[in-house]
Design a protein around this ligand. Structure first.
Ligand code: FE2
Ligand code: FE2
Length: 282
């Protein structure tokens, strides 16, 4: 299949549900209020029910019941909510294709764990750097959606690349065709579904944060969290080789790899938090 046909198939993915279209529209303005988000969520009782469930889950970990949608929105934040609804809508759209050969649950686990590790590193760095914590979480949730796009356009292709990569002991990204890889495929969906430009930046550049100028510290956090998630064994397929982390990037976030692994291990120890995210928005 040539590049034009792949693009056509990706562009034929179902369009986003109404509630998501509305949320994407309003979150284009980073200063929207919790009330605007709450009103948009009310368009869809299933989605607003999920937001309430997540606010009451171990992910937030508040010992009292949150019964107001407004309070749930304030606790979770507009951008976290947007990225989780986007991710879960894409998973739903892809699951409706019959020939899927990638393990969708492992895909989502990789995305969510990357997001939780990224969030934790962001919290740590926020003490002495300006970090967009919500943006980092959202970018990490959606960073690999291009693998879903490729799977829809070319069923079996992602698995084939993964096998080729482990055979030649390379990370997945290095075994792909660099003219049309999962970051470019992800950007096609992002354009089609009108993702905001900062989210597109995470999707397109998460394997090459050094080539990018804007928000580079945030992108670096997502890049490093993705690799640590691989190192800890949460990859799409078994036996994937984790990419290596450059010393320049570690220097940029001023944390040694060993310290990052401890931060990530602490995130994973709290099993209930990650399970809550995985289950509510799958
Ligand atoms: Fe990736
Ligand atoms: Fe990844």
């Amino acid at each position: 299949m040539d590049r034009t046909s792949i693009l056509k198939t990706i562009l034929n993915l179902p369009s986003p549900p109404a509630v998501l279209r509305r949320i994407t529209e309003i979150t284009a303005d980073p200063h929207i209020s919790a009330v605007q988000m709450e009103n948009a969520l009310r368009l869809d009782p299933v989605v607003s029910g999920k937001v309430l469930r997540l606010a009451n889950s171990a992910y937030i970990g508040i010992p009292r019941t949150i019964s107001s949608l407004h309070h749930a929105v304030v606790l979770l934040g507009n951008r976290r909510i947007h990225s989780l609804i986007l991710g879960s809508a894409l998973l739903g759209a892809v699951k409706s294709f019959k020939k899927i050969t990638i393990p969708i649950n492992d895909f989502w686990r990789h995305s969510i764990i990357t997001a939780m590790i990224a969030e934790s590193i962001a919290k740590h760095l926020k003490r002495y750097m300006t970090i967009d914590e919500d943006g980092v979480f959202s970018g990490a949730v959606l960073h690999d959606i291009g693998k879903l796009a490729l799977e829809v356009a070319l069923p079996g292709h992602v698995k084939e690349i993964s096998e080729k990569a482990s055979f030649s002991k390379k990370p997945f990204y290095a075994a792909e065709d660099q003219d049309f890889n999962h970051t470019i495929a992800g950007d096609c969906i992002a354009q089609q579904w009108n993702f905001p430009s900062d989210l597109r930046n995470y999707i397109l550049n998460h394997h090459q944060p050094l080539n990018e100028n804007c928000c580079s510290i945030n992108l670096t956090i997502v890049h490093i969290s993705d690799i640590i998630t691989h190192i800890l064994g949460y990859s799409l397929f078994k036996n994937e080789i984790p990419p290596s982390i450059s010393d320049d990037l570690l220097a940029r976030i001023e944390l040694p790899l060993e310290r990052l692994k401890v931060i990530a291990a602490t995130v994973l120890q709290d099993h209930k938090r990650s399970e809550a995210l995985l289950q509510v928005f799958e």
